[in-house]
Write a protein that binds this ligand. Structure first.
Ligand code: GLC
Length: 555
């Protein structure tokens, strides 16, 4: 197992709009970030990933970029960004930018010119196509908004948008577009940023001829024609050769529907490695089919199987990116944990994934155990994909059930302002109202309260990340799962240079009898992490408490 700085780091994700408002307009911004750098550092992370800060009409909250080289005025200026970058570096924190190049905003100059000057080079920056008679160029669906094609009367042509109507897809087959992408990367790397989280990067190569799909796939018909397209390898290699190879930078690709087999084509270490690691989605489907809108009941065996497959198949060859929350996922406590046992389950879930092999990512608010808010009506949601998915759900199950489902599945669950204190507006803003609703529980769940409580979720994250940093076994050790058939316990061991770690996690409020796997004697182990206070074990097992987690080190 090769060692590297990016394998040893832990990353904190900031979704800027809801992180901290520094200028009192109700919207999070860079001033707010600057005031919280010490806090971020105190969690024990080594890097910050910023969801898009660039100039954008905010139709998809920054994932629709109008100018890749400037900062959204609501968030601040480029000068302020440089201050944040500098402040982060001074504290030993790396900075990772979101790189969104599968599509731009429809307000980007390139797109505007592609319409205004159809004979210019910009027309071919996008997928403009004639219709087939009265029909669209193909039957692909957008994940956000009905068909993936939008008609433009002036040109009598359609353009492709795999996401919102305002997010036209870039034509990556055009070498000029790839040059633009490399230019954007260099602009930020030259400024001093340390890498990129590459948005839906595995969608950038579409099948030649853009053929219709023979399959109907809800909200994503056509996905097999672009999700791991024909030239992906080539384009990623070009980015690496022409850009990353010339900097000491980190890259993580977002990769929906990714399998281990396909991931290994891009992230296997060695000459042909194109990205350092990838965000796959398989473990985010233990309570649903593919994504949270197709809700099922939670299935621990499904979760364990996915985690173990990624751990086993990548070990020694490639590197995992570990996460259980981000700005696209509802809060994990509501999904895989328990609101009733909020603190216990938050700590257990943290241990469960951070003790695996990989670079852990922690999403803002996750470290204090934030949960989903309650949305009383569909008008309270602001996310473009929620509104679309709700419409589809309503036509199938009626308004009441669709609202209930949206409360479970919406990305807006993760986008409420960070709860800093019990003060007005949770200390997020001094404005009368924050831009988006707050979770009602902020008086109890907030950073200030967590700082004061030695047993808080926040202080547990600190302990856990410190333990990871000080024990190479957590970073580089091998992985082996035990009791695969258990529907309540997730138990695995790690092994490294003669040491062993046993990680025991209960996913239930019921008491379960745990007996240590063969070869382990708990009475000889050192209990290094736990979410309850216990007397020392005197036998080789115990009855679990609700959502209990224990980590034993044997050296
Ligand atoms: C990614 C982003 C998500 C965005 C989408 C389109 O999945 O994480 O927030 O809406 O891409 O850019």
């Amino acid at each position: 197992m090769l060692k590297s700085w990016y394998k040893e780091m832990a990353v904190y994700q900031v979704w800027p709009r809801s992180f901290c408002d520094g200028d009192g307009d109700g919207i999070g911004d860079l001033k707010g970030v600057l005031s919280k750098l010490d806090y971020i550092k105190s969690i024990g992370v080594d890097a910050i990933w910023f969801s898009p800060l660039y100039k954008s009409p905010q139709k998809d909250y920054g994932y629709d970029i109008a100018d890749y080289k400037s900062i959204q005025p609501e968030y601040g200026t480029l000068e302020e960004f440089k201050e944040v970058l500098d402040g982060a570096h001074k504290r030993g924190l790396k900075v990772i930018m979101d790189l969104v190049v599968n599509h731009t905003s429809d307000q980007h100059e390139w797109f505007k010119k592609s319409i205004e000057e159809p004979d210019s080079q910009y027309h071919d920056y996008y997928y403009w196509r004639k219709g087939k008679g009265k029909r669209r160029p193909n039957n692909w669906m957008s994940t956000f908004a009905g068909p993936a094609w939008e008609y433009n009367e002036k040109l009598d042509e359609y353009y492709l948008h795999l996401f919102a109507i305002e997010q036209p897809d870039l034509n990556m087959d055009n070498p000029k577009v790839r040059e633009e992408v490399k230019d954007i990367m260099k602009f930020w790397l030259d400024m001093g940023v340390d890498g990129f989280r590459e948005d839906v990067i595995t969608f950038i190569s579409k099948k030649e001829g853009l053929p219709s799909s023979p399959y109907w796939f809800p909200v994503a018909t056509g996905i097999e024609k672009y999700m791991h397209g024909p030239h992906l390898d080539e384009y990623l290699m070009e980015f690496k050769r022409d850009v990353y190879d010339h900097y000491d930078c980190f890259t993580v690709g977002e990769a929906p529907m990714m399998t281990t087999k396909n991931a290994l084509k891009h992230i296997t270490e060695g000459e042909n490695q194109q990205l350092n690691t990838m965000f796959h989605f398989e473990h985010m489907a233990a309570d649903c089919l593919f994504y949270s809108w197709f809700k099922t009941s939670f299935n621990l065996k499904k979760l364990k199987k996915v985690f173990s497959r990624w751990q086993n198949e990548l070990y020694g060859k490639a590197w995992n990116a570990l996460y259980i929350e981000n700005h696209d996922q509802p809060r994990i406590i509501n999904r895989y944990g328990s609101v009733e046992y909020r603190v216990e389950s938050a700590k257990m879930l943290a241990t469960m994934y951070i003790c695996q092999s990989g670079t852990p990512f922690i999403y803002q608010g996750q470290e204090i155990g934030m949960t989903n808010p309650t949305f009383e009506s569909i008008d309270e949601f602001t996310d473009v994909s929620t509104v679309n998915n709700y419409g589809v759900a309503k036509s199938i199950m009626g308004a009441d059930k669709a609202l209930k489902l949206a409360n479970y599945a919406s990305r807006d669950n993760a986008r409420t302002p960070v709860q800093w204190s019990a003060e007005k507006n949770a200390g997020f803003t001094t404005a009368d109202k924050p831009w988006f609703k707050l979770n009602d529980n902020y008086k109890e769940v907030n950073v200030e309260a967590a700082e004061k409580d030695p047993d808080s979720v926040l202080n547990y994250y600190r302990k856990l990340l410190k333990f990871r940093k000080e024990n190479e076994i957590v970073i580089y050790g091998s992985y082996k799962e035990h009791f695969k058939k258990s529907k309540e316990l997730y138990v695995y061991e790690r092994e490294y240079e003669g040491k062993k770690l046993l990680v025991i996690n209960s996913f239930t409020d019921k008491e379960v009898q745990f007996v240590a796997p063969k070869g382990f004697d708990l009475t000889k182990g050192n209990l290094v992490l736990s979410n309850y206070n216990y007397p020392a074990v005197t036998s080789n097992g115990f009855k679990t408490k609700p959502y209990e987690t224990r980590v034993y080190l044997f050296d």
